[in-house]
Design a binder for this molecule. Structure first.
Ligand code: BGC
Length: 723
């Protein structure tokens, strides 16, 4: 975008302290409008005349900064006075925080050398039609701010009693201008506030506040104190078996919040970091930790702006808790990019997790804008080879792609298109989709299959050999199946866009033939799932039959990991095993979706047994309690249990198929979905020996009840079938 303002940075090195940049200006005439355009290399908070500008927390958000840095625009007309003071604090944010868990020492060093930079332009339009431009340049000043330390993983230190003794000139530097783009994504904002559920002392004698819900955000402190008093908070997701505060699973992320008080009553919350937590430990408090009271703390929930569209409810309280946990998993991991988890030293845009969850994400919330921006970062950062990265923004810079992870390149645009019906996402991503296919074609060691390379496999599958995170499903099997799927999605997208896809159609046929020859038999649940779901098996019914037998033979248990789980129940119910799908959904013993619920989960766990039956943790190394991936099961509940589906030829629910699949173990189940065409509702309920179905559709629908199809127009309908 066209950009006139200069980049500025402090002339002195302030170390960990966040600089505050400021300027003053007069507004000599009656004002008509004033717009501030601004961005930073880090995250910023702008304050005009002591009032915060806008609601965007952690602005300018996280993009692939090598290619794209968003500029925000705020209407600040209402904040102006005759004499004005504009100040902007810049923290490290995603631009400059070292990513302790994953980033190489070289990159860390490079990050340390980056400057806290700011560029901004305020355009004042006066009532008489004249205008004035105030933009960052060498006339601005910089000083140390009370934010003594702030970064994404380790937290924040704020000294409310700090008064800067000196200010320095700001220095103009050659910051990024070619990469500036207008704000594309949703704003991250404060969304909810939770008061403590309890405050208690652990067996280890520590004082802990429980907010009753794992959230992503930060804690607001309200306290009456004296200057220099210190409040120190640590964050945790769970308490250990003994009831003590547990932080080992945060790995190297310190996740600490330190507040140094000023005199008298004060309220403060961190400005430029976030935490994933349910509990806080009070490590220090004015007059001693025993003085801390629940009213001193409020959890502020922060996530990207998204309108809630989908709701699930049933007669089963455990299932309802699971649905709530899926929602909280989404809220907690949709902080500008879809992350694996919000707490430990990762919080990265893992592509595998996003492709597993995207269908559910699009049902729960309107995520079109959120994902459109993330996919644009994916396309921008895609390598010449077609590799898109294990994470987007691709800060890991992995040299090899992994099947089912980089496949987000094709799966996510298609999911968005189906959910919202807008072909623009396909035209925006089509080149990226094709390049991804070409990566596979040129990197495989066997033509028409995808063999070789290093993959995450069926990550965390329960059939993993001891000591491995990868399930037993053959890596080449997964990769080849996703290759076929990728080509199929390019074909579908190409057809929507009116492209010639004949070469891809030929390629697809060859892949399917090669796949059938290479993999005549399936050895794991995930292999059966992929063969049937991607329609690669010569006889999909037989693959599903084998899957059902495998599930039953191991005691009606799933063994699938990140790759197989999202499609597992779909395959079962698509091929006549609806009861078995419900067996898995309603199972409460490990492994199952409801097992964590019985253990008090308030979000979705990374592992089926994050907390084991005996109360021990699965591991300290890889044990997040807010990992949305397995929450993908909600998509089965919306689409199969309640039966709400868009029709591929009429995407975005322009026309729908509603084919509910009730189960006697539930008295009722209801799903509702706000679409761009109106609200869809599907409810079934036991009524003596009958099922009563209530269906509201805002568009033409095909309703399938107990195998019989009804074509209906928009309206509300009641159907019955035998129970
Ligand atoms: C993340 C996962 C991710 C995986 C790749 C983990 O550390 O938390 O969710 O997909 O790495 O295998």
């Amino acid at each position: 975008m066209k950009w006139n303002a200069k980049w500025i940075r402090p002339v002195v090195d302030m170390g960990d302290v966040c600089p505050v940049f400021f300027t003053t200006f007069a507004c000599p005439k009656e004002i008509h409008s004033a717009v501030l355009s601004i961005t930073a290399t880090g995250v910023y908070e702008a304050v005009l005349n002591e009032k915060r500008v806008g609601e965007f927390v952690l602005a300018p958000g996280w993009t692939d900064y090598d290619y794209r840095l968003q500029v925000q625009q705020y209407d600040v007309t209402a904040l102006l006075a005759a004499q004005n003071h504009l100040k902007v604090t810049v923290g490290k944010g995603w631009y400059r925080s070292p990513m302790p868990g994953r980033v190489s020492p070289e990159r860390r060093e490079k990050l340390d050398r980056f400057s806290a930079g700011l560029t901004a332009e305020l355009i004042l339009i006066f009532a008489d039609g004249t205008s004035q431009r105030i933009s960052t340049d060498e006339t601005w000043k910089a000083a140390e701010s009370p934010v003594r330390f702030s970064e994404i993983y380790n937290g924040e230190t704020f000294d409310a009693s700090f008064i800067a003794s000196a200010s320095f000139p700001a220095e103009v530097f050659d910051g990024p201008t070619k990469t500036l783009i207008p704000q594309q994504g949703e704003e991250v904002r404060e969304q909810e506030r939770l008061v403590p559920a309890s405050i208690f002392i652990t067996p280890a004698g520590e004082t802990v506040v429980d907010f009753g819900q794992e959230v992503t955000g930060y804690v607001e402190i309200s306290v009456d104190a004296a200057a220099g008093d210190r409040i120190e908070l640590s964050h945790a997701e769970v308490m250990d078996k003994q009831g003590n505060f547990y932080t080992e699973n945060y790995r190297s992320a310190k996740a600490k919040y330190i507040y140094i008080c000023k005199d008298s009553k004060q309220t403060y919350k961190p400005k430029m970091t976030f935490f994933g937590f349910r509990y806080i430990r009070i490590d220090s408090f004015p007059g001693g930790v025993s003085n801390a009271k629940p009213e001193n703390f409020t959890a502020v929930v922060v996530h990207s702006q998204m309108d809630r569209t989908g709701y699930l409810r049933s007669s089963n309280p455990l299932l309802n808790k699971l649905f709530d946990n899926v929602i909280w998993g989404q809220k907690g991991n949709f902080v500008d990019v879809p992350t694996d988890c919000p707490q430990r030293d990762e919080r990265l845009g893992w592509t595998g997790d996003a492709q597993a969850f995207i269908r559910t994400a699009c049902l729960n919330y309107d995520t079109e804008k959120f994902f459109t921006k993330w996919l644009a970062d994916m396309a921008a950062g895609q390598k010449e080879s077609g590799l898109v990265g294990h994470v987007v923004p691709n800060i890991l810079n992995n040299k090899e792609a992994s099947a089912a992870w980089d496949d987000a390149a094709v799966i996510c645009p298609w999911a968005l298109y189906l959910a919202y019906g807008n072909p623009e996402i396909l035209s925006a991503q089509y080149e990226c989709m094709k390049k991804w296919v070409s990566y596979i074609t040129t990197h495989t060691t066997t033509e028409y299959l995808w063999t070789g390379g290093t993959h995450f496999g069926d990550w965390l599958g329960l059939d993993a050999p001891v000591g491995s995170y990868k399930g037993s499903t053959r890596a080449d099997f997964i990769a080849s199946a996703f290759y076929a799927n990728a080509v199929m999605l390019v074909i579908k997208a190409g057809k929507v866009l009116g492209k010639d896809v004949s070469d891809y159609e030929v390629l697809y046929e060859k892949i399917v033939a090669a796949f059938r020859q290479a993999y005549p038999a399936y050895t794991t649940q995930t292999e059966c799932v992929l063969a049937a779901h991607f329609k690669l098996a010569p006889d999909c019914q037989a693959a599903a039959d084998l899957l059902a037998a495998m599930v039953k033979n191991c005691g009606t248990k799933l063994q699938t990991g990140f790759v197989g789980t999202p499609y597992l129940l779909h395959v079962l119910s698509d091929y006549g095993y609806t009861k078995l799908a419900y067996d898995l959904l309603l199972r409460t013993e490990y492994p199952s979706w409801l097992y964590p619920v019985t253990k008090g989960a308030t979000t979705i766990w990374e592992h089926w047994d994050g907390i084991m039956e005996n109360g021990d943790f699965w591991s300290a190394d890889m044990n997040s309690f807010n990992h949305y991936a397995y929450g993908a099961v909600a998509d089965w509940v919306y689409c199969q249990a309640a039966g709400i589906n868009t029709i591929e030829e009429h995407p975005g629910y322009e026309k729908v198929k509603i084919a509910p699949l009730p189960d006697k173990r539930l008295d009722w189940l209801e799903a509702s979905l706000k679409t761009y065409h109106g609200q869809i509702r599907s409810r079934w309920q036991k009524q003596e020996d009958q099922w009563r179905y209530e269906i509201d559709t805002p568009v033409d629908a095909v309703v399938v009840i107990d195998g019989t199809e009804y074509q209906v127009g928009k309206g509300s309908y009641v159907f019955y079938s035998k129970c």
